[in-house]
Design a binder for this molecule. Sequence first.
Ligand SMILES: NC(=O)c1ccc[n+]([C@@H]2O[C@H](COP(=O)([O-])OP(=O)(O)OC[C@H]3O[C@@H](n4cnc5c(N)ncnc54)[C@H](OP(=O)(O)O)[C@@H]3O)[C@@H](O)[C@H]2O)c1
Length: 327
Amino acid sequence: MSIAVQIDRNGGPEVMQLVDVQVGEPGPGEIRIRHKAIGLNFIDVYQRSGLYALPMPLKLGMEASGIVEAVGEGVTHLQVADRAAYASQPPGSYCEVRVMPAKCVCKLPDAISFETGAAMMLKGLTAQYLLRRTLPVEGLGKGDFVLFHAAAGGVGLIACQWAKALGLRLIGTAGSDAKCQLAKDNGAEFCINYSTEDFAARVKDITGGQGVKVVYDSVGKDTWDKSLDCLRPFGLMASFGNASGAVAAFAPGLLGNKGSLYVTRQTLFSHITTRERTQAMADELFDVVLSGQVKIHIDQTFALAQVQEAHRALEARKTTGCTILTL
Ligand SMILES: NC(=O)c1ccc[n+]([C@@H]2O[C@H](COP(=O)([O-])OP(=O)(O)OC[C@H]3O[C@@H](n4cnc5c(N)ncnc54)[C@H](OP(=O)(O)O)[C@@H]3O)[C@@H](O)[C@H]2O)c1
């Protein structure tokens, strides 16, 4: 048996309930993992609220670390007693123990704690595919400007540090002066408080009127229009989230008028479809964490039973860096 967080309808944090569930043996391609820590992500909010519609009842959570307890037929990269961590579908990581596909589960290096492992997989693999694989047609090189919204958040603080390590000039945005300072302390060269400042005007100023090569935008509705104005010709609008709400439909002619811009909507789950690709991305993430180039900030910790409180804090923009749920 395991305690798990389940919803039977979409709604606010109150719809999340702790339930007892039966946990069986892993089938082919699966493992059973006993969690040590669980990562909280904004996608959990979208799945709970119904912005991303999934069948009910639904167990929540996409990220965790733990110890492998049992291994199904055909799984060769993991063994019983291995330390492991993952970002993975299907949801269901808010629990003590679960059976799940092994494909996206990676061995966790000994020097990375379970807490850090749980905090960094979904957010760190996202930062990896954004900065390393979601590139403008002209490429990205040392000294190039990029704009990264919500720079003091979970994905944001990892991206600030990783961008600096890559030699990029990252301009962040965040919702308070304190969050802006945190982003700058973690490698953002500039950070704009978009609650009080016109970020498009500031980006134009900072870049001498040129604009940035890429905007990485997870805020969505509230930042979309102005973000297009931050791009230089042939720049890339990389949308990867909707913390403020979904982006409205738009006519592609707009992209021509603004300098033949490119737009992409990315999701991690297109990048981690194979074991090999997932491991290659995780290896890069482990390297930057183990070398100290990227520090994983766990700024909030809640017990699993306090999951409603954790969601409220995340949605109210009261968190910075990563948040974990403990068992
Ligand atoms: N597509 C993918 O593959 C993928 C993968 C991982 C994450 N994501 C997305 O990346 C974003 C960051 O994820 P995360 O888990 O690290 O969360 P997070 O950045 O720690 O939290 C979200 C942040 O968004 C900002 N925000 C702006 N407007 C908001 C609003 N109306 N309501 C709530 N927050 C708002 C807040 O920062 P400020 O107060 O500074 O504005 C808030 O702290 C999310 O949108 C998530 O969905 C996408």
